[in-house]
Design a protein around this ligand. Structure first.
Ligand code: T5A
Length: 225
């Protein structure tokens, strides 16, 4: 399969802890580069110098006592800097941007699990993201226990969210699946429980199908506030 469309595109990878987002984001970047595309691999929270500073503050747990609304605002502040200094310049110059987590993580972690007012979250996302919405979001789905086991096998240190219990992570998994159900044209759910090579092949097939053979923005994207 050969990609012929050279326009820069914005792809996000979402899912729970240890789903394999970072692994698959790197593989996708390599495959795009191998096909001659300029691609930028980035992540959230972080992806720009100021956003990386905010990442450290959030993941240390220092903001947690202020509650999910404060955390949502902090993630959004980081996102504004990331969009301004990394994502938009890359897209504007025709590069593909592969982002390990984006605004769906705020919807799932702070919104669904933090019980935030949906109207507040929608407005926050509108002001933060503006028109720079993903062309494609890959939701990597794994059972919560498997994802946590992978994350713990990699590092004994649990950050702010990894330290939450199994019920939190099961609810998180459902929150991401709900987002995919609500926006099927933007999102694709990929089973992440299998071999990393097989997962990578599935993601690559979806990227080719969705962004090459159907290059128009999704209706949800056009209709988004
Ligand atoms: N957050 C983030 C919010 O609450 N709101 C927000 O708005 C945003 C943007 C970020 C935290 O912040 C929260 C969510 C997070 O809790 P992080 O360190 O970036 O912190 O956390 P994660 O994104 O969850 O990163 P993880 O590394 O835990 O998960 P990944 O990226 O999904 O998993 P990955 O690829 O690093 O793989 C984990 C391990 O599994 C292995 C890998 O080799 C690695 O050892 N692995 C596989 N093993 C077997 N089979 C496969 N298919 C495998 N794929 C990967």
């Amino acid at each position: 399969m050969t990609i012929q469309n050279t326009r820069g595109r914005f792809i996000t990878l979402e899912g729970g802890e240890g789903a394999g987002k970072s692994t698959q984001a790197a593989r996708l970047e390599s495959r795009l580069r191998a096909r001659g595309f300029e691609a930028v691999l980035t992540r959230e929270p972080g992806g720009s110098p100021l956003a990386e500073q905010i990442r450290s503050a959030i993941l240390s747990g220092a903001i947690a006592p202020l509650g999910p609304a404060a955390e949502a605002v902090m993630f959004s502040a980081a996102r504004i800097d990331h969009l301004r200094h990394t994502i938009r310049p890359a897209l504007d110059s025709g590069k593909w941007v592969i982002c390990d987590r984006f605004s769906d993580s705020t919807r799932a972690y702070q919104g669904a699990l933090g019980n935030l007012d949906p109207q507040f979250l929608r407005e926050l996302e509108r002001v933060t993201v503006g028109p720079t919405r993903p062309d494609l979001t890959i939701v990597i789905d794994v059972p919560a226990e498997l994802g946590l086991a992978r994350a713990r096998a990699r590092s004994a240190f649990a950050d702010r969210f990894e330290a939450e219990g199994l019920a939190f992570h099961e609810a998180l998994r459902n929150a991401f699946l709900d987002i995919a159900v609500d926006e099927p044209r933007r999102c694709a759910v990929v089973d992440g429980a299998g071999d990393a090579d097989a997962v990578s092949d599935t993601i690559w097939r979806i990227v080719c199908e969705r962004l090459v053979e159907s290059p128009e923005p999704s209706p949800e994207k056009k209709a988004a506030p």
